[in-house]
Write a protein that binds this ligand. Structure first.
Ligand code: GLC
Length: 425
């Protein structure tokens, strides 16, 4: 064939290919336990197929702090990926104050999207900043106590202990007996490693005594009798009562505690609702033997759970915002929320999933959990919360590890945080 004839054809083809707008691929960043990531892979696949939008999952680690770092770096650099991501409820203030989150109100108003399906108090307190709706909840977390029903029965304990003194006595007695067959047995596992989860656990111990992260006159107050008592009890569980293993303060995050309990080596576990589905999974050694209850309280006080949970937001720097909005709606649709809840035991952000008969049949404890949620306490919504938490984590971990006494740990943490806040002003 004549080459001269082929050339214009070739040029036309190359031009057409070069000029055609490249189809955008949506990048969704999410972390979590491996089972959670697998479920998100399947949501992303369904979304792409049903909506005809190319989308990819950016897999992040399990640890909340590492997940934050992974998203913070591209946002600080104002790069366009990831377009959409899950945020811990604890980071939203910082992300919003930094101007990294797209305001969802214009999308909502344009389409008349119904926000009535979500808890207004959560949207108002966690997702709204300066009048902008910068995120939406995907699932809600609150700390709960898992227990081995079979072991409590075996030792004649009729009721899950509601107060710490009774809890410690039951735990120590059963631990001693169980050790005869299983030298690895420890009665109680929780999150004590130096990371955000430690602060969540601490706030549960502290808030029920009236403590927590105090704020007055622009200053943080940490060294209080309630906080000292809380950190003292956390330390004593390991060193005095010896019902929690020493690696609580070195290694234990959510997954470490869950695996320890799930392998049959513990009586009690403090964790989030996601652990339920995994404890009850087909291959779990504790399947059918687990119960869920409220975290014990100090005598005369009521139990408190920390409010956690993950929220979805769109990056201001995304070049695929309308696709990201489509994905956000898909993640919050009744179908996806039900699927995630059934597969993972998550507590959906949508209220209508709680009355779904299939969900209630699988998770009868959801009814009781909604009570826990209504009393759950959030962490302070400060733009610099994560920096406050980083300092607190360091001193708190040292107190729990019995390296520093609680009074000097909180005194030093308070000083360092207030000096840091002065610099921010
Ligand atoms: C859970 C909670 C989150 C919390 C984190 C701490 O993921 O949902 O709010 O910060 O645990 O590890």
């Amino acid at each position: 064939m004549n080459l001269k004839l082929l050339l214009p054809l070739f040029l036309a083809f190359a031009l057409a290919a070069g000029c055609a707008p490249e189809k955008k691929e949506l990048v969704f960043a999410v972390g979590g336990a491996p089972s959670e990531l697998d479920e998100w892979e399947s949501v992303i696949e369904d979304f792409s197929r049903e909506k005809g939008i190319k989308a990819r999952l950016l897999r992040q680690p399990t640890d909340s702090d590492q997940r934050r770092q992974g998203i913070l770096i591209p946002l600080k650099a104002r790069v366009r990926n990831p377009d959409v991501f899950l945020m811990d409820i604890a980071w939203i203030g910082q992300f919003a104050a930094s101007g990294w989150l797209e305001d969802l109100n214009p999308y909502i108003n344009k389409e008349g999207y119904d926000l009535g399906k979500f808890w207004k108090n959560i949207l108002d307190s966690a997702d709204t900043f300066g009048g902008e709706l910068v995120a939406m909840p995907v699932y809600i977390d609150a700390g709960v106590l898992y227990y081995r029903r079979d072991l409590l029965e075996k030792y004649g304990v009729k009721k899950v202990p509601e107060h710490w003194d009774e809890f410690i006595a039951v735990a120590a007695r059963i631990q001693e007996k169980e050790r005869a067959q299983n030298p690895k047995f420890f009665a109680f596992v929780w999150q004590g490693a130096q990371y955000e989860g430690l602060v969540c656990d601490f706030l549960e111990f502290a808030t029920m005594e009236g403590g927590g992260i105090g704020l007055s006159g622009g200053k943080i107050k940490l060294d209080t009798p309630a906080n000292r008592a809380a950190a003292g009890l956390m330390r004593d569980l390991i060193f005095k009562h010896k019902i929690s293993p020493p690696n609580v303060f070195t290694d234990m995050k959510e997954e470490e505690a869950r695996l320890f309990f799930q392998s049959g080596n513990a009586l009690f576990e403090r964790n989030w609702p996601y652990a339920w589905g995994l404890h009850q999974a087909g291959d779990s050694p504790v399947k059918g033997k687990v119960g869920i209850a409220r975290i014990p309280a100090f005598p005369g006080r009521s139990s408190v759970s920390t409010l956690g949970g993950w929220h979805i937001g769109i990056s201001r720097f995304s070049d695929a915002k309308s696709e990201a909005w489509e994905f956000l709606k898909y993640a919050l649709s009744r179908g996806t929320q039900k699927k995630l809840s059934l597969a993972l035991g998550w507590n959906p952000a949508r209220k209508d999933v709680y009355s779904d008969p299939e969900v209630l049949a699988k998770y009868p404890h959801f009814r009781a959990l909604s009570e826990v949620f209504s009393g759950a306490k959030s962490r302070p919504q400060l733009p610099y919360y994560t920096q406050v938490s980083d300092v607190l984590q360091r001193y708190l971990n040292s107190a729990v590890a019995a390296k520093t006494d609680p009074a000097s740990a909180f005194g030093s943490a308070e000083k360092e945080i207030n000096a840091m806040m002065e610099r921010y002003k």
